[in-house]
Design a protein around this ligand. Structure first.
Ligand code: SAM
Ligand code: SF4
Length: 472
């Protein structure tokens, strides 16, 4: 959850294709883990055409901007990046090299025509549901010599048409994302997702299990199941019945070698008894749950169309903690939703004090065109939103520090995934996703080992390996 909506572009990596002659592909990703996953899958789709990842856009025959539209300035960021890419495209053209520029993701979905009007040098605009058609779009762009736009919600399910996810996503990686559900039918007042990602749909169980199995065979030990409403998962099971997320988790937990299962993002309304019981029964289900509440005032929760009250959220948390006492929570908050009073905001602060979060993401309400809240009266002034956000973030930071402090002196399992920043260090993740580093040999990377936490740093923990692990 660490990189959610960070705005920091992630560059795709991978291994070469073995089919057509090599062409460079550079993907710049904004937004959530689902976009990170989608970027990797676009690489899978383009690999048979000979596209291989390259580290810089000036070495790329094709550049994809995979965009996020969740808050404002998203489109402006895209246009400013496109301005930079235009210069690269022109310089390469002068040198006799063609470059295809594609804009993908939710900004493309919402503002496709505007992109083509303002940036006519863009060759392809594609929404999140159409990237399985990329090869055909590339061919059409080459033939037509004009822009290709595909932002419909096709009748076919893209997962049925995607090639198997290749090892590049996962090779040498011990953690992986796996999208199992997409879209949303909940229509929260503030949110663009139902409009940009379309209606809720779930991948069939067998397709998810097959992808998970391939990941585990390539060495992955920690899988994060992704979905805009992941706990609303309702995939078709092998016998034609509908499986919920809990049933899927029990099945995934049978995969030998898969020691950690996570899922995000969940909606409180879909936190059913079966899923809570799975947290009790499955040690593989990590004791860390991202369960956005957005606000603590029932009046605002109603205005947001969230479909639950603050006390119902408290009750879900209580039942989860009963089932899994070491469970820690993270959440999303929006301050300054239209109509939010000081009293409403205080109810949010009270809910935070009551629940206690290990991590949280908090945002100022940002009006999104076309959503009900954007047109509502009683917009909250920016300076009031700023002050509320600061107060909330100070409290959340305190809680995060307090949670991390509880781990100092304890021995916890750490899955080592890479070398650390300093020589002689290796780094990994705790069950609660904090980065942890220790002094240790590289051959321990890929193992899950007990670590005694000795210090809490700003955004990470430092520890020592238990004696017997060092010589292992
Ligand atoms: N499906 C998830 C849920 O129900 O909580 C959230 C998905 S949304 C992609 C991620 C987060 O972005 C939300 O939880 C919300 O806090 C934030 N967000 C969405 N729309 C927003 C807006 N218009 N202004 C500010 N934050 C927003
Ligand atoms: Fe957006 Fe609400 Fe759907 Fe989450 S549940 S994706 S916040 S509409």
């Amino acid at each position: 959850m660490g990189q959610r909506h960070s705005g920091a572009p992630a560059i795709m990596t991978g291994t070469p294709a073995n089919t057509s002659p090599a062409r460079g592909l550079h993907v710049i990703t904004w937004g959530c883990q689902m976009n990170v996953y989608d970027s990797a899958r676009m690489g899978d789709v383009l690999r048979p055409l000979g596209y291989q990842p390259v580290a810089t856009p000036d070495a790329a025959d094709m550049i994809i901007l995979n965009t996020c539209h969740i808050r404002d300035k998203a489109a402006e960021k895209v246009f400013s990046e496109l301005g930079r890419l235009r210069k690269i495209k022109e310089a390469r053209e002068t040198a006799g090299q063609q470059t295809i520029i594609a804009v993908a993701g939710c900004v493309a979905q919402a503002e496709g025509q505007e992109i083509l009007a303002r940036a006519p040098y863009v060759d392809i605009v594609l929404g999140p549901q159409t990237y399985h058609r990329l090869p055909e779009m590339v061919a059409r762009a080459a033939r037509a010599g004009g822009a290709v736009i595909e932002t419909d919600f096709p009748a076919e399910q893209k997962f049925d048409f995607l090639p198997e996810a290749e090892a590049p996503q996962t090779a040498g990686n011990y953690t992986a994302f796996l999208t199992i559900q997409e879209g949303c039918d909940k229509f929260c007042s503030f949110c663009v997702v139902p409009y940009t990602r379309g209606a809720e749909s779930s991948r069939p169980v067998l397709s998810v299990l097959a992808e998970a199995r391939r990941m585990v065979e390539s060495g992955v030990k920690d899988i994060s199941l992704l979905g805009q409403n992941v706990n609303a998962y309702h995939g078709e099971g092998p016998d034609g019945s509908t499986w919920g997320l809990a049933q899927l988790a029990y099945e995934l937990a049978k995969l030998p070698g898969l020691s950690r299962i996570r899922y995000m993002t969940s909606h409180p309304r879909d936190m059913d008894d079966a899923l809570i019981a799975a947290h009790r029964d499955l040690p593989q289900l990590m004791p860390f749950l991202h369960l956005p509440v957005q606000a603590g005032s029932d009046r605002i929760l109603r205005a947001m169309n969230r479909g639950h009250t603050a006390d119902e959220y408290r009750d879900i948390v209580r039942r989860l903690r009963e089932a899994r006492p070491d469970l820690a929570l993270s959440s999303d908050f929006i301050v300054g939703h239209p109509g939010e009073t000081d009293e409403d905001f205080e109810a949010t602060m009270q809910l935070v004090r009551d629940v206690g979060f290990a991590l949280a993401y908090s945002f100022k309400y940002s009006p999104r065109p076309g959503t009900p809240a954007a047109g509502a009266g009683m917009q909250v002034p920016e300076d009031v939103k700023d002050a509320r956000l600061q107060a909330l973030q100070a409290l959340l930071r305190e809680q995060q520090d307090a949670f991390n402090a509880t781990l100092v002196g304890k021995t916890i399992p750490v899955l080592f995934t890479s070398e650390g920043r300093k020589p002689g260090q290796i780094a990994g993740r705790s069950p609660w996703l904090q980065p942890v580093h220790v002094s240790g040999p590289k051959h321990l990377i890929g193992k899950e080992l007990p670590v005694r936490i000795v210090e809490r740093l700003t955004n990470s923990l430092s520890g020592v390996l238990e004696e017997e692990c060092v010589s292992a």
